[in-house]
Design a protein around this ligand. Structure first.
Ligand code: ZN
Length: 384
């Protein structure tokens, strides 16, 4: 087919529909091969090749390559053309704020993390993001006016429209709409999602889950939650709240959870409980890099991993994921001990074929996965 004919047929409704479908798949996954586009759109390989060629000619798509992990040729990919400007990725944790500055391709230029108390001082913590954003923008000689897109994540039950479904779970109940305050202090729209969604996106694009269409990202830190990626897309459920499995009752204990219930997984496998379970007067360093490899700490963390794996096993039976990616302070910094517990519990409790086909791996970006995912989503926002 000559080029003139391709361009003329491209004006038909059917071809415009094909182009929109291809752009949607590329937008959802950031970088994809032509084969992956064919699989996810249901279009034939030749149709995909034609549509991609037209979109490359028009500047809507760009070529990219992905280096394989082992030997072999780099994969030939396509990606959306980059937006103009810089990107901000914001990761708000229960006890920290991280802000990453990215270039138009969402590559990290600078990042900064400070301690903060989101649960007790949500407004002040959100206001702090502005100071941090200005600080890292200044390193590039830039200001907020140079930012093309920003996205934030929070460790709470976020609805599809970025509103906390149960604000009091995050502390004093004074901040139901963190996106509105972020939008005000930064002077630009700031969509907000759950921190686990950010982690899943970060690992899907350039971490442990590259090329994997079905996986679970589990974050075990002060809180415990997960994000589900099904068919190559983040699955958020009817109200945006899918993945709140940290609030599954697993224990007859009398420990009260932040959700108001007793015996939630989070009270058994969260960082505070692990810290409290340590038998000796360990310093706080026990649960940072300094404590990784300590055999006593490892046993307690492995127990937390077992509790998570036990709760995860029915999720695996229901969804048959290829991968469980563990993130957060316990899942990434103490990856070996935590992953061992998750592995043992899934092997014990899940259907054997599902368990044996499943890999448990740590987040390749460690505790940076969330801010890297936020930058990738900010790039999508800038192109929307
Ligand atoms: Zn709970």
């Amino acid at each position: 087919m000559d080029k003139q004919k391709v361009l003329s047929t491209g004006r038909s409704p059917r071809h415009r529909g094909n182009a929109a479908a291809v752009l949607r798949v590329v937008g959802d996954r950031d970088e994809v091969t032509r084969q992956e586009i064919a699989r996810h759109t249901g279009l034939s390989r030749s149709t995909v090749a034609d549509v991609v060629t037209r979109l490359l000619d028009s500047g809507d798509l760009r070529e990219a390559t992905r280096q394989p992990d082992g030997r072999g040729r780099p994969a030939q990919l396509v990606r959306r053309a980059d937006p103009e400007g810089l990107l901000l990725g914001i990761d708000l944790g229960h006890n920290h704020v991280s802000v990453a500055l990215g270039d138009a391709a969402a590559a990290v230029l600078h990042e900064i993390t400070v301690d903060a108390d989101l649960d007790r001082e949500p407004a002040a913590t959100i206001d702090l993001t502005r100071d941090l954003a200005l600080e890292i923008l200044a390193r590039e000689g830039a200001t907020l006016a140079d930012v093309a897109g920003a996205v934030a994540g929070l460790p709470g039950p976020m609805s599809h429209d970025g509103v906390l479904a149960v604000p009091s779970m995050l502390g004093q109940g004074k901040m139901s709409d963190p996106g509105r305050r972020l939008t005000r202090v930064l002077g630009m729209p700031v969509p907000v999602t759950t921190d686990t969604v950010l982690g899943a996106v970060g690992e899907m694009r350039s971490g442990a889950a590259v090329g994997v269409d079905d996986f679970v990202f589990v974050k075990a830190s002060h809180g415990v939650g997960c994000a589900l990626v099904l068919g190559g897309r983040v699955y958020r459920g009817s109200g945006g709240l899918a993945g709140e499995f940290g609030h599954t009752r697993v224990d007859d204990s009398t420990i009260r959870c932040r959700c108001g219930n007793l015996g939630c997984l989070e009270t058994v496998a969260g960082l505070e409980r692990v810290q409290a379970e340590l038998p000796h007067p360990y310093t706080e360093d026990a649960l940072t890099d300094a404590g990784a490899g300590d055999p006593v700490v490892a046993r307690v963390v492995t127990d937390a991993g077992r509790a998570v794996g036990t709760t995860l096993a029915p999720v695996c039976n229901a969804l048959n994921p290829a991968l469980v990616v563990t993130g957060g302070r316990l899942g990434a910094v103490h990856a070996e001990a935590f992953g061992k517990g998750v592995r043992e519990a899934i092997d014990r409790d899940a259907q054997p074929a599902i368990a044996s086909a499943l890999q448990v791996v740590p987040a390749q970006h460690g505790i940076r996965a969330e801010r890297i995912g936020a930058l990738l989503l900010a790039r999508r926002e800038a192109m929307a």
